[in-house]
Design a protein around this ligand. Structure first.
Ligand code: IVH
Length: 674
């Protein structure tokens, strides 16, 4: 085969540079300089030369964005520096509190220099560049490790495959972080194409971005209009860059797409103004955002502030208030909750609210039903606040037809036909029939839920059948089920029945906080159940506690205490608890993480420079039951050492203490045997 001549080599280099330049003009600057056909001609010529001389193909050639083999699953990759989440605020007051904490942390009364950025609603990813080459791309995952999606990220024109020589030299390792999104307009077009191909449409741009990025066949990803917006790097103080703004400039210079609404400002007033501006621009933007991220600009200050649990103290997400939309009421139904509360629920013509399709909304209670006077056929405004159940906030009475009547609360339970009452002083109507099947079904769900007994496989249809066939009349009956009883049920085979019995058996040892939560005591959610378990340590003590002692527990108010008292005094509940004991439920003694965590009983000393402030590692160790001491002694089990560890390291060596680095700590935490 002929060797490439000098002219061809020069042409190849020129082609790549040109194609990269046009990619950038088209995708990043939104300012194409040549017609598409001209671009295709350049690209075809590049492919032609590379086909002729395969040895000339480089990993950062624009031709290498597609064509990776289909993978079976994604590998897991550890993030060298964890990808944190953000604290949230939802009002000016809350932002001012954040600002106060920042100023206290920095011991200053002056105004803080902040950078404000749109909070893009997509998928967080990390791109690793080694010696200037894109070598690894991953999803955020749980913040510590994510999925290796390098081949998919390569297909995004907004992901530079290589950096400038100068930057590669200055930062031999650069980890760039940002959000992958699909623009609203591109999303609409994508759904049109999917529908034309008889494929199901995607729910919203965020889901579309996440789904497109996690394709095992990267050619599917390549066909999706994904964009990567960079918003930071993993290190807070890269050499010679003193501010977040400088990093953004560097990344922009390297060809990354940087959001053009990112701007510096000072103090709470400046941030407040930026928030107003962003909020009013929101509708017009061609991408979805759910708030504004505010970051302390100076890295020196970021370092001083450090982080708490999994979020930095130097940044915050100021979220927009819930979004609203208009739609039409199809009908009004009444649902029965696990404590018998009857809630009016409106069925709606499906409508999209903050990126999610809403089909029903709660009216909470009779007072709300009356106040709003919602009727079938009405045009209403619904609101969604985060993950909270959507609600009706307003009725457009002008649009109402003349022949409608106000809807009243039912006098009979829609499930058991039992009578419904409204207790004095309470907003709720309740079905008082303890044997009401709708209530039982809800109670059973709650009992078996993840935060309760965590019985996998006890989903919708099965719970209903167990009740209908009278195999379960109260959650404690679960512990008496036999395979013979299960096998005749619909969709139940030998294996499934055995799995369910195994899950039930396993759940007999449910830890105390989960057990208390599962009982469904009014007002006792996960947090209160945790507090009670921690305070009383055994179920027997909790059961026999006088109300005064209950209210003395920090976080348990008089209403919850009264709820607990009523629950425990109820004969039905007493016999349920008795039957749970007879069924082999263990009611274990409360175990704090200090006794059960992977690092339980181990003492650590931290020294040297680590990838995160020491507080981060201290939290991590304590979360897993370990202790952190300040000086090395014979009692120290592990010395966690970073760079430039000094006298503590020497002492640990002398005492024969086990010395580990961050990786070693990670291993201790991942090791299931200790
Ligand atoms: S900074 C420690 N900047 O918000 C800094 N995050 O809760 C953490 N996000 O999933 C991230 N836009 O992907 C940052 N301009 C922005 C962002 C942003 C969206 C997402 C991020 C993460 C979540 C943090």
């Amino acid at each position: 085969m002929a060797a490439p001549d000098k002219k061809m080599l020069a042409e190849l280099t020129k082609l790549r540079t040109e194609i990269n330049r046009h990619n950038r003009l088209y995708y990043v600057d939104d300012n194409p300089a040549i017609p598409d056909a001209e671009y295709d001609r350049l690209f075809d010529r590049l492919l032609e030369i590379e086909r002729q001389f395969p040895e000339l193909v480089t990993p950062d050639s624009p031709s290498q964005r597609v064509g990776a083999p289909v993978s079976k699953k994604f590998e897991t990759v550890q993030h060298r520096v964890p990808m944190l989440s953000l604290q949230k605020v939802t009002s000016e007051d809350e932002f001012e509190q954040f600002d106060r904490r920042v100023r206290e942390g920095l011991e200053t009364t002056g105004e803080i220099e902040y950078v404000t950025e749109p909070k893009l609603d997509g998928l967080a990813v990390e791109l690793v560049y080694e010696q200037g080459l894109f070598v690894l791309g991953s999803t955020r995952g749980d913040g510590k490790s994510g999925e290796n999606i390098t081949v998919n990220l390569r297909t995004l024109e907004t992901v530079p495959l290589s950096l400038s020589e100068e930057t590669a030299k200055r930062y031999p390792l650069l980890e760039v972080r940002g959000e992958v999104i699909i623009r609203k307009s591109a999303f609409a077009r994508l759904n049109d194409t999917l529908e034309a191909d008889n494929l199901p449409p995607l729910a919203n741009p965020r889901n579309a971005a996440a789904g497109s990025l996690r394709q095992l066949d990267s050619s599917v990803t390549a066909s999706r209009p994904l964009m990567f917006y960079a918003y930071g790097i993993s290190d807070t103080d890269p050499e010679s860059l003193d501010r977040h703004q400088r990093v953004m400039e560097l990344l922009r210079h390297e060809g990354f797409l940087i959001n053009d609404l990112i701007a510096p400002t000072t103090g709470t007033e400046g941030v407040g103004r930026a928030f107003e501006t962003l909020q009013s621009a929101r509708e017009q933007l061609d991408y979805e955002i759910d708030g504004m991220v505010v970051k302390v600009d100076r890295f020196a200050q970021q370092t001083i502030l450090g982080q708490i649990s999994r979020a930095p103290r130097w940044a915050v997400a100021w979220k927009f208030a819930a979004e609203t939309a208009q739609t039409v009421v199809e009908q009004i139904e009444f649902s029965v909750g696990r404590t018998g509360v009857i809630t009016p629920v409106v069925q709606l013509e499906p409508v999209r609210v903050s990126g999610v399709t809403v089909t029903h909304a709660s009216l909470h209670n009779e007072d709300e039903l009356r106040r709003l006077d919602v009727r079938p056929g009405d045009t209403v405004t619904v609101r969604r606040a985060g993950d909270v159940i959507p609600e009706v906030v307003d009725v457009d009475k002008a649009k109402r037809s003349t022949n409608t009547k106000a809807v009243k609360m039912p006098i009979q339970c829609p499930s058991c036909r039992g009578s419904i009452t409204r207790t004095e002083g309470e907003a709720a109507h309740r079905c008082l029939n303890p044997a009401c099947l709708a209530q039982l079904e809800r109670r059973l769900f709650h009992f078996a839920s993840k935060s309760g007994f965590d019985i996998e496989g006890l989903g919708g249809k099965l719970a209903r059948q167990l009740i209908d066939k009278e195999l379960v009349r109260n959650p404690a009956d679960l512990f008496f089920l036999t395979k013979e009883q299960l096998l005749p049920l619909d969709l139940m085979a030998e294996k499934k029945a055995q799995n369910l019995l195994n899950a039930i058996d396993h759940s007999r040892a449910t830890p105390l906080p989960h057990l208390i939560y599962a009982l469904g005591i009014p007002g006792v959610g996960e947090a209160a159940a945790g507090l009670l378990a921690g305070q009383f340590e055994t179920f027997e003590r909790f059961e026999n506690i006088p109300v005064e002692e209950l209210t003395a527990v920090n976080g348990i108010g008089p209403t919850i205490a009264a709820g607990i008292e009523d629950f425990l005094a109820n004969e039905g509940n007493q016999s349920m608890l008795k039957r749970m004991r007879e069924g082999g439920v263990q009611f274990p003694v409360f175990q704090s993480p200090a006794a059960t965590g992977k690092l339980a009983g181990k003492t650590f000393v931290i020294t040297g420079t680590l990838s995160q402030p020491r507080g981060y590692f201290k939290n991590l160790i304590e979360e897993h039951g370990g202790k952190v001491a300040s000086a090395v002694s014979a009692k120290t089990d592990y010395l966690l050492g970073g760079a430039d560890a000094g006298s503590k390291l020497a002492k640990a060596r002398k005492l024969g203490t086990t010395i580990i680095d961050e990786f070693g700590l990670e291993q201790l935490l991942n090791n299931t045997n200790n």
